[in-house]
Design a protein around this ligand. Sequence first.
Ligand code: EPU
Length: 338
Amino acid sequence: MIETNKNLKDLNTFMVPAVARYFASATNNDSLYRILASNEWSESEKHFVLGGGSNILFINDYDGFVLKNEISGIDIVSEDNDSITVRVGAGVSWHDFVMWSVKHNYWGIENLAYIPGTVGAAPVQNIGAYGVEAASVISSVEYVLLPDAEKKVLFNNECNFDYRNSIFKKNPEKYIITYVYITLQKKGKAMLNYGRVAESLTEKGIKNPTPQDIATIIIDIRKSKLPKVGEVGMAGSFFKNPIISKKQLSEIQEKFPQVKYFDLENDMVKIPAGWILDELGYRGFTSGNVGNYKNHALIVTHNGNGTGVEVYKHVKNIIKKVHEVFSIDLEPEVNIVI
Ligand code: EPU
């Protein structure tokens, strides 16, 4: 069923109001193709695919067609002694899929527990947390290529995966991801070198953790730092962690000797944007209906009573301030839909 003038406020975790001219949900390939064949689809100049709505900021109403991807299903496509490959519907909740995986004792995505959003969104921004990225388990992505609605597949090495980036993120108007093929391992190795994960296992006296043990710890850590979806409007980290040269780092160190950074290749470093914003006093900041979360400055928040424009103004102020003080241009990680 195609709806008209649908308010998307309950369908985006930023909880901003935005009215879509047309709206419909696809639950499988057949219903997707019915939508793509509709007059409403072809007469719309703009099309937008919505998953869990957890990495998006609508600034205005959407004068086009919003398609909610609810394609479901987790099907095993191949299995041997070491690994298993599953074809997962793009509309499956990512966290539910992680819980399915750890329940079966498979390795590979336990560090990515409790990330909001859908499986179909995972390849778009190459979701990542605690030293693991979705790109490390995605074997291929099945999608419909627009405008001709051809069914296609891209293999991992063709997806141009990068830090919170992919071919899909760069060309959102061309791709409707339908299924993601994910390969999980039966004998895995715990990835514990990020943050407090190893420490928490020791505290609990766990020497040989299962994927479930690790997921449980990650869920606890995320719950302590990030707001729950629905508690406050937000979309996780708003900005990417900026990558700068060591030369620029040393200039920053003159003013901020305590700056946090992680070494990368080619004399580059990554600075935590959360630290930068904290340093500028944004943690727990509020102004009108918007602000930054009390436990993590990188989470831009909205109390549910404002608009996308207000959030966007706040974001632009942050970018300006960071540029003035650090000479760094922060890039949003969240998709901004104008
Ligand atoms: N920090 C502060 N003050 C703050 C927030 C952070 O000083 O208000 C410092 C922390 O103490 C830490 C550093 O900044 O030393 C990094 O913080 P954290 O470990 O929380 O990770 P992050 O770099 O802010 C990234 C991802 C998160 C992911 C975590 C854990 C990005 C943009 N964000 O956050 O992903 O959960 O690592 O792996 O890369 C998301 O993308 O939406 C997201 C939540």
